[in-house]
Write a protein of this length. Structure first.
Length: 177
């Protein structure tokens, strides 16, 4: 069982700018349409866990639902899944350890953890086993930070780096317990 972060950040560690926008992620030309390893990553996981804000952002994109796996959305306030997504999105709430235990009990053991607050909460509980962080060469100077306060340091081991499009670097880290 593993909980894996796969996310892009600016050089200064932000996942969204000061206006909660992510347009800067797409400013680098990608003539070959590289997905920078995303499809290979998605093949590795069984399901996704994200927060309500991340789900709403994904729903606002002008595209088909991008996830071929079940998406568990953490929300204490949502009563129902948006219409048309009943077979794709499943609402969950409660303590993270209990929620993950319930998801694992359904046979979903390799989980993609997505969304700033969700990732920070998983890190606070020391529930992240792997992080794949793609760094976009831009300084935003503020916005939504990937990382937040922790009670104690969490150590990770660097496993590999890859470069895409001549300027984007993706680093993979495993939790060093």
């Amino acid at each position: 069982m593993s909980n894996i972060v796969y996310i892009a950040t600016s050089l200064d560690g932000y996942i969204a700018d000061k206006n909660n926008k992510i347009d800067w992620l797409h400013e680098i030309p990608n003539p070959e349409g590289s997905d920078m390893g995303f499809s290979t990553f998605i093949d590795r996981i069984d399901a996704l866990v994200m927060g309500r804000n991340t789900m709403e952002m994904v729903l606002s994109f002008d595209c088909e639902w991008p996830y071929p796996k079940p998406v568990f959305v953490l929300s204490n306030t949502m009563a129902e899944v948006p219409a048309g997504y009943e077979d794709k999105i499943f609402l969950v709430k409660g303590e993270l350890k209990d929620v993950v235990g319930q998801i694992n009990a359904q046979g979903f053991n390799s989980l993609y953890i997505d969304g700033g607050v969700t990732i920070q909460n998983f890190l606070k509980e020391d529930m992240i086993d792997e992080m794949i962080i793609t760094t976009i060469p831009v300084l935003l100077g503020g916005g939504i930070s990937l990382f937040g306060e922790l009670a104690a340091p969490l150590k990770f081991k660097h496993i590999e780096s890859q470069q895409f499009l001549g300027c984007i670097v993706q680093n993979r880290f495993l939790r060093n317990k």
